[in-house]
Write a protein that binds this ligand. Structure first.
Ligand SMILES: [Zn+2]
Length: 608
């Protein structure tokens, strides 16, 4: 009897050991996948092209420097076309230029980055005839109403247009248009900015407002060509992805390279944990800050990471002393760093640099436009010494870690500081600052700088994640297929960042955002800071070119390093298969392609 029970116990023990072994093998498998990744940072000499497109220019961007709204629209479309690798020429209609008829005949797509059709005058007829003969014209911003507009509105599919402009307070995408279309996106400070129109049955509407159903993006075939109208007037960086998505409707098939990355940064982590109490932490949890971080906040962050398959990128601060002159004393109180830093690394995350202290790399010639309460560094040498000390400190605690990402404190970085990082600190290969324009911030585009440093802006931040953040995230998901978020542990202590709302609610909002990423970007890669930089290196180096036939698409990726990603919009057909790559259908018209060879051939069936 006893023997039998013993044998049973042994059997159970063996069972456990086997399960453990399977889990271990699986874990090793995962680790192998990560180290053999196609996102490893490359040495500078691998990146030899910077967002080049093939030589023959097929797109014409028309704008007017004398019109402020047109200038804003121009800046949006200029960057979109560069990033989507559309070979284009831009012409300022307010400057001397060839007559429109001669000018447009060599192009196949035109973007009109002005709403001022009256300035175009009779030439509008030349433009519409060109569309009738097979041209594709994007009205890039809502047109101004006037005689010229009335003259062409029927061709755009407009049956009637109200005198008043329509209020645009939210953006709703058709489910088969943009990624993230499962919800509507409120617009902060919306105003009467869109044409209030009724469209005919030949117009295809891709985006609209919620209540009044004002069409915001539509296309309409006209004879052998096509008009696309972007009836959306907020030409700010946050909304870029709406304009780029409208552009993808012009051609039957449009292919553009993307970065394909979702990343979460934890700024000031690890860093010295503030002593004492935080008002709202005390209110909600009856704990001091240190206890709250270790017992509530960090376990919650780890559990969300597990639920959403996230590996955090933590950015180290050595001290919160604001000393910016003379000797910079080392922080000898390191137990928090071992504790949090190693847990983050065990979770699969990586560490990078944020600062010796939280004083941005600025000398006294830097003028802050807003009062952030920062000092400037006494001189270049001390500023330089601060990064040296940070690197020494970080590698003494985490000796096996290769750290390559730098995040500027408060996203502020002076020209001198930026140059210094490139010249004196070869271990820093990537700067992750900020996407949206601010007053003092180091604002970036996804790119590789002349000195080889990869620029990887963070798109949204914090836990409040308001409507503006949401639509900004929507835009970048569709333009670069990227989602990039950062937060600080001390968001929970700062009223401006939502401390009074309490962690329970903030956590819910952060979790909602993570869920939104999972649902909207089902196929997106979950990467860490240095891997995003590796992905950007591969992205900028690409020079794509493609030809579309009724039954096939052939895509060439000059500059491909090992693999790369594209989004493909097929407006008039279905793509069945890809040779030389892996194809995933994201919605009825949009595909994600992983190309693994310089030539990829796709089989396609075109609609009648
Ligand atoms: Zn910080």
């Amino acid at each position: 009897m006893k023997n039998k029970r013993f044998r049973e116990l042994i059997a159970i023990a063996i069972g456990f050991i086997l399960i453990f072994a399977v889990l271990l093998v699986e874990r090793i498998g995962i680790m192998y996948e990560e180290t053999a990744s196609e996102v490893a940072l490359l040495t500078d000499d691998n990146v030899t092209h910077m967002k080049e497109s093939k030589r023959e220019k097929t797109c014409l961007l028309l704008w007017q420097s004398g019109d402020v709204a047109s200038e804003k629209a121009y800046r949006i479309y200029d960057q979109i076309l560069i990033d989507m690798r559309v070979p284009y020429e831009s012409v300022d209609l307010d400057e001397d230029h060839e007559d429109i008829e001669t000018l447009i005949k060599q192009y196949k797509d035109i973007v009109l980055a002005t709403g001022n059709l009256e300035e175009i005058g009779e030439d509008i007829l030349t433009l519409t005839n060109w569309v009738g003969n097979g041209g594709r014209l994007l009205l890039g911003v809502p047109p101004y109403k006037g005689d010229i507009f009335n003259f062409v509105s029927g061709k755009l599919g407009i049956l009637s247009c109200a005198d008043e402009y329509a209020l645009v307070e939210e953006f709703v995408s058709d489910e088969n248009f943009m990624l993230g279309a499962q919800m509507s996106y409120p617009i902060i400070d919306g105003y009467e900015s869109a044409l209030s129109v009724v469209l005919d049955s030949k117009a295809k509407v891709y985006a609209h407002t919620k209540e009044k159903n004002v069409p915001l993006v539509w296309s309409r075939n006209y004879k052998d060509g096509r008009f696309v109208v972007c009836n959306f007037g907020y030409t700010e960086k946050a909304y870029r992805g709406i304009y780029s998505s409208a552009y993808t409707l012009l051609d039957d098939v449009f292919i553009y390279p993307v970065i394909n990355a979702s990343v979460f940064y934890l700024d000031d982590f690890p860093s010295p944990v503030p002593a004492g109490n935080g008002e709202y932490v005390k209110r909600d949890y009856n704990m001091g800050i240190a206890e709250f971080y270790s017992r509530v906040w960090w376990p919650d962050m780890l559990s969300m990471a597990k639920d959403h398959d996230i590996e955090y990128t933590g950015l180290i601060i050595e001290t919160y002393q604001d000393k910016t002159s003379g000797e910079l004393p080392a922080n000898n109180s390191t137990s928090n760093y071992y504790y949090y830093g190693n847990m983050l690394l065990n979770q699969g995350g990586e560490l990078g640099y944020h600062g010796y202290n939280h004083q941005p790399l600025c000398l006294d010639n830097f003028e802050y436009k807003q009062e952030l309460g920062y000092r400037t560094w006494e001189n270049y040498e001390v500023m330089n010494e601060s990064i040296k000390e940070l690197i020494r400190f970080s590698s003494s605690i985490f000796p096996g870690q290769e750290m390559s990402v730098y995040v500027p404190p408060s996203d502020v970085l002076s020209d001198e500081g930026r140059r210094m990082l490139g010249v004196d600190f070869p271990q820093i290969k990537c700067i992750a600052s900020i996407y949206l324009e601010g007053q003092d911030e180091y604002v970036q585009e996804f790119s590789v700088a002349e000195d080889g440093i990869v620029e990887t802006p963070r798109v949204v931040s914090g836990c409040i994640l308001d409507d503006y953040m949401k639509i900004t995230a929507l835009g970048e998901l569709n333009l670069h297929f990227i989602s990039s978020h950062f937060m600080h542990p001390d968001d929970l202590l700062d009223e401006d960042r939502g401390a009074n709302i309490g962690w329970e609610v903030l956590k819910g909002r952060l979790n909602d955002y993570m869920t939104w990423v999972d649902e909207s970007g089902k196929e997106i890669r979950h990467l860490k800071g240095s891997e995003v930089a590796g992905a950007v290196q591969r992205y900028v180096n690409l020079i794509p070119d493609y030809t579309v036939e009724d039954n096939s698409i052939s895509l060439s990726s000059k500059g491909i390093i090992d693999s790369c990603y594209y989004l493909i919009r097929d407006n008039d057909g279905t793509i069945e298969n890809a040779y030389g790559g892996e194809l995933v259908k994201l919605n009825d018209t949009l595909y994600l392609l992983k190309a693994q060879a310089q030539r990829v051939t796709m089989i396609r069936s075109a609609q009648e």
